[in-house]
Design a protein around this ligand. Structure first.
Ligand code: ARG
Length: 457
């Protein structure tokens, strides 16, 4: 195919340079957006009497034909084309002749690529948001089942205070629901039409940018033509939102790896979402979780590369910006792939509450409650804290738990102790009493589940 820009140039471009320059490998996935954008453009041009209604009709019919032929597998996108914009326009002209050559009036590939990218990413946000909603539903469902499954809560990965598996899973639900909000925020700011900015300096034609934007479902048009074709801040914002999704997925994945280990054994992964070892017959490996954890760096890398592409670029369009799509597409592909396997992995894992409880019974996670018991009887917290610490040290020496110590041993430390202390340090009671807003008591977790389910209705 001849170059779109053959005119000035008479010498042929070097084959390696040509291949280096082309973006069709990456941007061919925007063929639908490119075609729909062009249909809107042709309609606007006709509405403004810039092209005739007959030409517009030939263009629109031709473009619809190209769309259905690509969709139906009757037309293959030429991998030798420079980019998707070139391919669509040249195919159109081959098919409809002269009217096809009028399509690019009052337009440039610079505003066209900005348009296509925004249209494409707008759809991708919808797909990722749906996956996140699925993830939230799964988390709420598992949390409901696990709202009374006591397990140790950790700080510094040391057993700290009692929580439940339900409470722990809902912490992730909160994170993913904010991620969903961030995606929508970015999508809203992105929903501004750049088409009509042309190469950089607008146009002398009497175009109607608002009409074209409305045809394409945009909320508004970019107010400065240089900005409209120059910035890719929307890619960065989405890249940041996707990076945070990966941060949360990666932390959750790490816990899945830990929990499924023999050391914790709080969960068992389903065969459908784990793998075996080629040599060790007893192994069941949490590969999906590990891969998700591993792919996090890749999405961060996409974000960092996007920021770096933009850094120091003079206005307006520069070819550096062609890199944007490969990066943000990779980030979306990676996040979607991770969400696609993580949600059902969580949905199908077996919870092992007895092991959680066994871990909760050791490690003195009721020590704070013992100190609080003394505080309830008038002792200053700092004194109670010290005294409890001494009791924990005694237990550790004796290989016992706080529940094992006889009342006399308690009384020897303080006369404030009575037989009801055992109720106070009973792990279930410790949990049930943590009814503070956001806390781990089952009814508090139920409220958290309701809150998330309301958000995703
Ligand atoms: N393939 C280009 C990109 O992805 C399209 C815009 C090209 N514009 C230009 N003036 N070379 O950025």
């Amino acid at each position: 195919m001849p170059k779109l820009w053959s005119g000035l140039a008479s010498g042929a471009i070097d084959a390696a340079a040509e291949d280096f320059n082309r973006s069709i490998r990456v941007d061919s996935r925007m063929y639908r957006q490119d075609i729909l954008g062009s249909i809107a453009h042709a309609k606007m041009l006709a509405a403004q009497n810039i092209i005739t209604p007959e030409d517009a009709e030939a263009i629109v019919n031709g473009l619809n034909g190209i769309l259905s032929d690509i969709d139906g597998g009757r037309l293959t996108i030429d991998p030798e084309a420079e980019d998707i914009h070139t391919f669509v326009e040249q195919t159109l002209t081959e098919r409809v002749g002269e009217p096809g050559k009028r399509l690019h009036t009052a337009r440039s590939r610079n505003d066209q690529v900005a348009l296509d990218t925004r249209l494409y990413l707008r759809e991708r946000v919808g797909t990722t948001a749906e996956l996140l909603r699925g993830m939230l539903r799964t988390l709420c469902q598992r949390a409901g089942e696990a709202k009374s499954m006591v397990m140790p809560g950790y700080t510094h990965l040391q057993r700290a205070q009692p929580v439940t598996m339900g409470h722990h899973l809902m912490a992730y639900a909160m994170m993913f629901s904010r991620d969903l909000g961030r995606l929508w925020d970015a999508a809203e700011r992105m929903n501004v039409s750049p088409i009509g900015c042309c190469a950089l300096a607008g146009t002398t034609y009497d175009t109607d940018r608002e009409l074209e934007a409305a045809l394409l479902g945009f909320d508004s048009v970019s107010a400065n033509s240089l900005d409209g074709v120059s910035d890719r801040d929307f890619c960065v914002e989405l890249g940041a939102a996707l990076s945070l999704i990966m941060t949360h997925l990666s932390r959750l994945s790490e816990e899945i790896v830990l929990w499924s280990s023999w050391e914790f054994r709080f969960i068992r992964l389903s065969d459908a979402y784990s793998t075996g070892s080629s040599i060790m017959p007893q192994k069941k490996n949490p590969d999906m979780a590990e891969l998700t954890r591993g792919k996090t760096g890749r999405v961060y890398g996409d974000l960092m590369a996007l920021l770096t592409v933009l850094k120091g670029l003079p206005l307006a369009y520069n070819k550096d910006m062609q890199e944007d799509k490969e990066l943000i597409f990779d980030a979306f592909d990676t996040v979607d792939a991770c969400l696609t396997v993580t949600a059902p992995m969580l949905g199908t894992m077996t919870l092992l509450p007895e092991n959680m409880r066994r871990a909760a019974a050791a490690g003195f996670i009721n020590a704070t409650d013992l100190a609080d018991y003394l505080v309830g009887r008038g002792m200053p917290f700092r004194t109670a804290y010290k005294l409890t610490g001494e009791l924990v040290a005694d237990c550790t020496k004796a290989g016992a738990t706080l529940e094992d110590l006889p009342l006399e041993a308690y009384k020897a430390k303080s006369e404030l102790f009575d037989a009801d202390l055992y109720d106070a340090i009973n792990i279930d009671n410790c949990l049930m009493r943590r009814t503070s807003l956001g806390g781990p008591a089952p009814e508090s977790v139920e409220r958290q589940i309701e809150y998330i389910l309301e958000q995703i209705q």
